[in-house]
Ligand binder design. Sequence first.
Ligand SMILES: C[S@@+](CC[C@H](N)C(=O)[O-])C[C@H]1O[C@@H](n2cnc3c(N)ncnc32)[C@H](O)[C@@H]1O
Length: 349
Amino acid sequence: MNEEKLNELLGKMVTELGAAYIGASVILGDQLGLYKALAADDGLTSQQLAERTGTTERYIREWLSAQAASGYIDYEAANQTFHMTPEQAMVFANDDSPVIMTGGFYTLQSVYADVPRMAEAFRTGKGLGWGEHCNCLFCGVAKFFGPGYRANLVASWLPTLDGVVPKLQTGGKVADVGCGHGISTVLMAQAFPNSQFFGFDYHPASIEQARAFAKEQNVANVSFEVAAAKSYPGQNYDFVTCFDCLHDMGDPVGAAAHVRETLNSDGAWMIVEPMAQDDLANNLNPVGRIYYAASTMICLPTSLSQEVGLGLGAQAGEAKLRDVVTQGGFSRFRRATETPFNMILEARP
Ligand SMILES: C[S@@+](CC[C@H](N)C(=O)[O-])C[C@H]1O[C@@H](n2cnc3c(N)ncnc32)[C@H](O)[C@@H]1O
C-alpha cells in the first residue's frame, strides 16, 4: 500500500463526492430560476435572491453557499453578496448559450433513480427500454444536446456534407430518425423552409413533446410520428439523420439497412455519435468517462431491451460504426467533422 497514492485518490474522491452531491442543487437552481436571477444582478444577498425568486431565505443561503464552494458562483465576503461572472452565467444561467450545462444534470436524476432496476438488469442481462426511465431523462437529453445542435448543426455540421445544404435549400425530403424531442428536426426545418422534415422515434412520449415543440415554434414543414428505426414510413428521402441514437438501437445494422432502402441513390445519411476512439485505452479520459457512465445506465440497457440487442455502447468508436453502416448496405463512410463531444459521420449508398 502506497500512502501517497491512497491520499491522492482520497483527495480526488472529495472532489468527486462534491460533484455528485451538487448535481441535485444545479437542477434546483435551474428549476427555481436562481441562476437567472443571480445573473441578472451585480450581486445579491441570500435575502434578496429569496425575495426575487419567491423562495425561502434559509434554503437559499445554504444553496448559495454550496454553489460558491463549487466555484459555480462567486461570494463577496465584505458585503455578503453572491454574483455570477459572465462565464458562470454562460454555463448555468443563459439558455441560449452554446455551453449551458444544466441540462446534463437532469439526466443524472434518472440515472440515480434507476440504480435498483439496473442492479437487477446486471444480474439478468435484460435491458431497460428508453421509455422505462424516469421523465427527467428525456427532458435532460433535450436540454443537454439542444445547445450543441443550435450552435453547430446548421452552421458547421451540415456544410461539411457533400451537396446536402444546396439540396435542402432547393427542397428535399428528410427523415430525422430517433429524433427524441425533435430539437434537431425543428432546427433543420427552420433553416430550410423549402424542405420537408419527418421526425421518427419509437418512444411515444418523446414524439408528443416533439409535436408540441414544433407547434410552439410555429414550424409548418415538419411532422412527427412514432416509428422504429427499422420500419419508419416513407421512401425516396434525400437526407436521413440520426442524432446520438444509432448506438442506442438494438439492431443498428437493421436500422442502417432500412435507411439504405428508404434513401435516394444520391442521398446522404448523417450519423452524429459520441466522440470515441476505437479502443478502451484511448477512451480513458474525462469525456470517455461521462459517456461510459451514461452508457452503462442509459444507452446499453436501451439497446439490450430491443430485438437483436447488439449493445454497441456510447463509446463504440468509428471502426465499429463503420462495420454497422457497411453491413447495412452503404458503400461509402467517412468522418465529416467532429467536436470534442461528437463525431459527425457521413454514409452514402
Ligand atoms: C439519446 S436520445 C437522442 C434523441 C435525439 N436524437 C437528440 O439528439 O436529442 C436516443 C433516442 O433514440 C430513440 N431510440 C432508441 N432506439 C430506437 C429505435 N430502435 N428506433 C427509433 N428510435 C429509437 C430513443 O427513444 C431516444 O429518443
